[in-house]
Structure formats: C-alpha cells, structure tokens
Design a protein around this ligand. Sequence first.
Ligand SMILES: NCCCC[C@H](N)C(=O)NCC(=O)O
Length: 459
Amino acid sequence: MTAQLKESIRDSKSARWFVLITVSFLMLTGYFFTDIMSPLQGMLRDQMGWSNSSYGTFAGSYSVLNVFCLMLIFGGIILDKAGIRFTGTFFVGVMIFGAFLNYYAMTDTFNNGGLGYEFLNSFLTDYKPSLKMAMIGYALFGVGVEIAGITVSRIIVKWFKGKEMALAMGLEMACARGGMLIAFTASPFMTGADKVISRPLAFGVILLIIGLLAFFVHNMMDKKLDAEVAADETVESSEDEFKISDVFLLFKNPGFLLIAFLCVLFYSAIFPFTKFAPDLMVQKYGFAEEFSGWIVGLLPIGTMVLTPVFGAFMDKKGKSASIMMLGSLLLIFSHVIFAYLPSNTAFAFVAMVVLGFAFSFVPAAMWPSVPKIIPESRLGSAYAMIFMIQNVGLMLFPMLLGYVLDQSNQGLAEGASLDYTSSMTLMVGCGIAALVVAFFLRVVDKKKGYGLDLPNIQK
Ligand SMILES: NCCCC[C@H](N)C(=O)NCC(=O)O
C-alpha cells in the first residue's frame, strides 16, 4: 500500500503544483467574471436605465438559485456521487452558459429585439428586459462558480492532504482575488472610448472557456491519479460524503452556528460592498469612473499578499478566535470611515487598506477553524451548509444596498452625487453584528475547548 502511494502521481511535487495552477486559474476566471460588472454601475445607470435597486437586484441574483433551489446542497451530493471530473466539468459549463446569457443581455442584438427580448418585455414591465436576462445569466453563473469553488477545494484536499495543503489553499484564494483585481481595474477600460458594456463581458466569457480547458488538463491528471490509487480514494471519498442527517447534527453544534453566522455577516459586508464600492469612489470621493476600480483593487491586492502570511502565522502561533474579532473590528472601522468621515481621498485609501487587513484576517482564521469544530466525517456537509447560509447574505445585501441607496437619494438634483451614508450604515451594522458573533465564538471556544486560539499545526 505504502509503495503504491509513493509511486502515485500526487507524490510528484511538479504534478500536484501543476494541478494547483490549472484549478487556481479556473477560479481566477470565475472571480474575474463575478466582479466584471461592479465597476460598470454608472454605465448601467446611464446606458441601460438600471436604477441602483435594479443593479443591487442583479448583484443579488448571483445567489438566488443557490438559496431557493438549495443548489449548493445538490452540488455537494452530485460531487459525492458523480465525482470531481464530472461535477467540475458540468458546473463550469453552467458557469459559462450563465456568463454568456449575462453577456447577451448587454448586447445591441438582444436590446434591439433579439431572441427572448419580447418575452422578457411582456411581464413585470417596471424591470428592463436587459435586467431580467442578465439576472437569469448571473443566477446560473452563481450556481456554477460556487459549486466549482467547492469542487476545487475538494481537489486541493485530494492532491495536497498531508502535504502543503494550507499553503495550496492560500495560493488558490490569492489567485481568485487576482481575478477580482483584474475585474476592478481592467473592466472599465475594456469598454473602450465608446463605453460598450458588452466588451469586457465577452472577454470574461472567453476567459472562462480557457478556464474550462485548464480544467480538462486537470481532468487528465486526476484520471491518472484515480487509476493509480483507486483503493485509497474509495476510503477518502466516503469520509467526505454529504449526508442530510449530518445537517441536523450541525445545527445542534453552537460552534458551527456561530461560524456560519460570522461567515454570513462578515462576507455580507465585503462582497456586496465591492459591488457598489467603485460607484462609491465616484460619487463620494470624486474619482473618475475609469480609475474608481483601482482604489477598490487595493482590497484584493492586499489580501493576495496578506491572507497566506496571516494563514502561516495562525498555523504556527494560533490566535484564530482573537483574530476573527480583530478582523470584525477593522471591518467596522473601515465602513465607519466610508459612511461618516468627510470625502477626503486619503480616507478612501486608508479605509480600503484597513478593509484589506480585515478581509485577510477573517478568511485566513475562519476557514481552517471549521475542522477544529466539526469532525472530519462531517466536513463536506459543514462547508456546503456554511456556503449556503453565506449565500443568503450575498443575495439579500446587494438588493438592500441598492434599495436603500435609491430611497435615501429621492429627489436628488440633476447631476448631483449620490449620498451613500445610509447604505454604508447598513455595512457598519453588519460589521457590529459580526463582532458580537466573533466575541461569542471566542467565549464558546473557551467553554467547549475547540482550540481555536491554538496553532493549526500541532507540534
Ligand atoms: N465569487 C465570490 C463569492 C465567493 C463566495 C464563496 N462561497 C467564498 O466564500 N469563497 C471564499 C472566499 O474567501 O472567497
């Protein structure tokens, strides 16, 4: 058995790092498309006639199928039953199809009465057909990219378990954040001098197809690995299986509930915020539309460097529970600056850098804490449920932010800037709630002895 494992392809350093490159690239393409529309909110208002509420509803549609159709649970079950290659290929396909519909919604072909226009124009006429088509596309894309993300985590465990797993996960997350960075900085420029919204989206779809090709390369390596260690894999996959009965046990675990609440509150103050952040830079701080994404880009740049660094620190020194509290505190600090301090550009830089620290601290501490609270046999179910609960926030908060933005700016004079104070107050509220939950998590940790503040690597 040992001899067989030694000869396995995953024992080749170059093979497993090559696999990591293929799946990290795939996630980069997915995160790129996720935020491709974020710096285009102003253009969507001017050219497509989308209100801020419409834009927020579009952003929230990412999670609609994940929440209402329990897609992440089904994704977990399909992953267990059909395996990594089928699940990954199928859901990357769903992601590309959804992205294509999102692109199509922005084209002149569709908006001049193309396929589906008349039908989408025949009901709920307050909402533009472009919005409805984009929402259908983005909802399908959201299913694909979230399940692809779960599949990639499973792939990393498969190839790196007992090896450089934390580092591999940190690097994959850094690549994904790289996708966000490219979206924020490049997307407005890709629209060109004539500001054609569909251009960056077309590029995004092509990039996703290249991501699929990279995944096919992974599939070949995975097939080889399966052939080599078939017996060994049977043991591992049954360990991680999603079981409905596990869900009931998870909900009786106070540590799990607190981590899930922290996850939804913390991420609701990050990803929905990034959807509006470029426009906030234009409206409050007076940045040009093309450069607004560069300020927001400070966030992924910071996290690309800091998440692996803080991850390594917590691997060796621990303090994860305390760092989750610190991250939530920094989240409040940053959103308070955006909400209430004067519109000085220096404040925008400081707030974004502080948010970068928060966005590095909490993910680096939270994701590796889950295995300390949940037994390995229920980890697959636990991650699926946390993502599912997180998606409720990713659905509701962009909608709320857009709605509050419209309501708080009624009667705005022509050409005047939007006031983001009320919308950002929502984000401050999320941060405060996250801090309270992080505090209780630390208390429960001490009481139950999960060891969240202990180093991840035990000597
Ligand atoms: N595509 C943007 C949303 C990703 C949500 C995903 N469920 C997640 O939480 N990933 C971990 C992360 O920190 O990005």
